[in-house]
Design a protein around this ligand. Structure first.
Ligand SMILES: Cc1ncc(COP(=O)(O)O)c(C=O)c1O
Length: 259
């Protein structure tokens, strides 16, 4: 949770959103809301920092007051499949001098939504966006990893990707548990076609293998061993079943909700 709020505050800095909370405050507010809402199922936590002024046609961030809101909602399987068929989007990822993709800014999701809509209307599960230079950036709401000859690769932040918390999690697990260093470097579209394994990561997407891209099977067209092993560890850790990584989890004790 802490890393999510550190990233939110980075976004606030870039967007001049001056909210009166530290990352610790935001963590405490979140625990309290989750406890009060008394969920008994998986949920999605949606924090939002925004400009709160009741004004039209003022595009000057420095003039506008900011506020923060938080929503928790029951949440199921986001991607709808545990082995994804993806396509390369005809939409390009926003470039840093347009809107910085490394932060989670709402406006960026217009770009994601165009890509996701195109992909799903064409019968695919998810879109892979290339950046302005034609290199691989990420999925519409996920980071991307590639396995080739036992090594792991993911695009660097400079390739216009969100600094995903799950991306960091996977990099740490690969290094600590499998002894595999992840190479953050530019990836060509054609490298994905020739990869042994490809998978997507995200808070909503967890770790989900891609088995086909642009109608070409990835590897043998089945989730690969490295994807499956990291996915197994990830699912164990996020529900608090792995003592070594329990500090990545936050305990909440739902309060009884009146009927
Ligand atoms: C565009 C984009 N990339 C990557 C991610 C994955 O980030 P995280 O692992 O922090 O959820 C998300 C998550 O919402 C996203 O929207």
């Amino acid at each position: 949770m802490r890393e999510h709020y550190d990233r939110l505050l980075d976004g606030c800095k870039i967007l001049m959103l001056d909210i009166p909370y530290t990352a610790d405050d935001l963590c405490n507010i979140t625990v309290e809301l989750v406890e009060r809402n008394g969920h008994n199922t998986d949920i999605y936590i949606r924090p939002l920092a925004y400009k709160s002024e009741e004004l039209v046609a003022n595009l000057k961030l420095q003039d506008l007051a900011s506020d923060f809101t938080l929503i928790t909602v029951p949440f199921g399987n986001y991607l709808g499949s545990d082995r994804l068929r993806c396509c390369t989007s005809s939409w390009r990822r926003v470039d840093d001098p347009m809107i910085p993709a490394r932060i989670k800014a709402c406006g960026i999701y217009v770009n994601s939504i165009l890509a996701k809509t195109e992909a799903t209307l064409s019968g695919f599960d998810e879109a892979i966006l290339l950046n302005h230079d034609g290199h691989v950036s990420e999925g519409s709401g996920e980071n991307i990893f590639m396995v080739k000859n036992g090594r792991l690769y993911t695009p660097a932040l400079e390739d216009n990707v969100l600094g995903g918390i799950t991306r960091d999690t996977v990099m740490q697990l690969a290094k600590n548990e499998l002894g595999i260093d992840v190479d953050m470097r530019t990836i060509d579209r054609s490298e994905l076609y020739l990869a042994d394994e490809v998978f997507l990561t995200g808070t909503a997407a967890h770790l989900t293998p891609v088995v086909e891209l642009d109608c070409r099977p990835i590897g043998d067209g089945q989730p690969g061993p490295i994807s499956k092993e990291i996915q197994r560890m990830y699912f164990d850790i996020v529900v608090g079943n792995n003592a070594k990584y329990r500090h990545w989890c936050t305990r909440v004790t739902p309060r009884l909700v009146p009927a």
